[in-house]
Ligand binder design. Structure first.
Ligand SMILES: CC(C)(COP(=O)(O)OP(=O)(O)OC[C@H]1O[C@@H](n2cnc3c(N)ncnc32)[C@H](O)[C@@H]1OP(=O)(O)O)[C@@H](O)C(=O)NCCC(=O)NCCS
Length: 361
């Protein structure tokens, strides 16, 4: 993601968005002495509809907001861990919640917009725009650099969401990842030579160990080598596993090395209980080992271990960055793309806040 490419001016954008709706009658930006958000200070209303109020909501409100997001995200209504950095905003018409926006902390000082939903009867009146605008205001106050969203090409009404972001000044959506999922028990069709290929690679020097097999000392050694490979430019920054090892499955996460113990690759596997599936958030093999088939070998070993642990109905999902020559996405799609249970693309859009100097207009 090129964070420097966004030239959008937030202040101008926010003002446009605030003025755009509910502004036909009596729009005013009154200063509140209650400390409430300026959005709440808008005393505009349409001819017959009172202006919904945007409020920060807490985990205590979870049960009455759950209809306004997907079941798989209900945990975000209740999770108060500071490190997850969840920001929840709701729109209320009187006491009735009519819109909800959920976001959490992402990498690089950005916030991730995870969900925004407006009750059907209230759509098209600027409520999502108001929620977004309030989110941006709060994020700037807490010093985030910006906000991004990632969504599936299969998202129902994805075009409405994309238009919402575009009209709020976000960047043009880009396809960043191809997401593929497989049923582990389907491997005989998808990967008929799996065991033979793995045996051949191992005979030629590939050593694959799970975290459980490495043990504490082995994991410490792996972590040190992971860091050294990144420092030497032989692995990218994003392949740093330190953020994942705490949650990685000990039996299905694999480290690839040669017979001398020199680490040359790794594939992290994590259970996502809220989705009932297993996920590979990271997989990397150093360039010189890719032509030797180590990428395929790592996947073969991971799948075999996962089948032994979770059974044939386990679903494994990967969403590697799209379009990197020689990368994981090309390999997975070429080798196993015909046997997925689902494939989609992930779009990404962002809004990076202008620095204060750039905001002067
Ligand atoms: C997407 C959604 C949140 C928009 O909420 P909303 O309050 O109706 O949005 P707003 O009234 O603020 O409209 C903002 C922009 O969204 C787009 N939009 C809204 N409704 C739209 C529709 N029916 N068709 C196309 N675009 C639409 C428009 O670009 C609009 O701006 P514009 O009128 O200046 O062009 C709402 O349709 C919704 O809840 N959808 C279901 C949940 C969902 O798909 N969420 C997104 C993924 S998490």
């Amino acid at each position: 993601m090129d964070l420097k490419s966004s030239k959008t001016n937030l202040r101008a954008c926010d003002r446009n968005n605030q003025d755009k709706r509910f502004g036909t009658v009596g729009l005013a930006h009154a200063q509140s002495d209650t400390g409430a958000s300026p959005m709440n200070d808008l005393i505009a209303q349409t001819i017959d509809t009172p202006l919904p109020q945007i409020r920060t909501v807490t985990s205590a409100d979870a049960s009455r907001l759950s209809a306004l997001t997907a079941g798989s995200l209900h945990w975000m209504l209740e999770d108060d861990r500071p490190e997850v950095g969840i920001c929840r905003l709701a729109a209320f018409a009187g006491d009735e919640p009519v819109g909800l926006l959920l976001s959490c902390k992402g990498g690089d000082d950005l916030q991730e917009l995870t969900s925004v939903m407006v009750a059907k009867a209230w759509r098209g009146r600027g409520i999502a725009t108001m929620l977004l605008s309030e989110l941006m205001k709060q994020l700037r106050q807490i010093g985030r650099k910006g906000v991004f969203a990632r969504w599936s090409s299969q998202l129902p009404r994805a075009s409405e969401f994309a238009r919402l972001l575009a009209s709020a000044g976000w960047s043009q959506p880009q396809v960043t990842r191809r997401r593929m999922s497989w049923r582990i028990g389907d491997w005989p069709q998808a990967f008929p030579d799996r065991d033979r290929i793995l045996a051949r690679l191992e005979a030629r020097g590939l050593v694959v160990r799970s975290l459980a097999e490495l043990g504490a000392d082995g994991i410490a050694d792996f972590t040190a080598q992971n860091t050294a490979l990144i420092a030497a430019g032989r692995a990218p920054e994003w392949s740093d596993t330190s953020g994942w090892l705490q949650v990685a499955d000990q039996d299905a996460t694999v480290v690839l090395s040669d017979r001398n113990g020199a680490v040359a690759g790794w594939m992290v596997c994590v259970l996502q209980p809220q989705f009932g599936r297993w996920y590979i958030p990271q997989g990397w093999v150093v360039a010189e080992k890719v032509p030797l088939g180590w990428l395929v070998g790592g996947i073969a070993s991971l799948c075999r271990r996962l089948e032994a642990k979770a059974g044939p109905d386990a679903i494994l999902i990967a969403q590697p960055p799209a379009g990197i020559p020689g990368g994981m996405e090309r390999m997975l799609y070429k080798q196993f793309g015909d046997h997925t249970v689902a494939t989609d693309f992930l779009f990404e859009s962002e809004f990076v806040f202008a620095s204060p100097e750039q905001c002067e207009i």
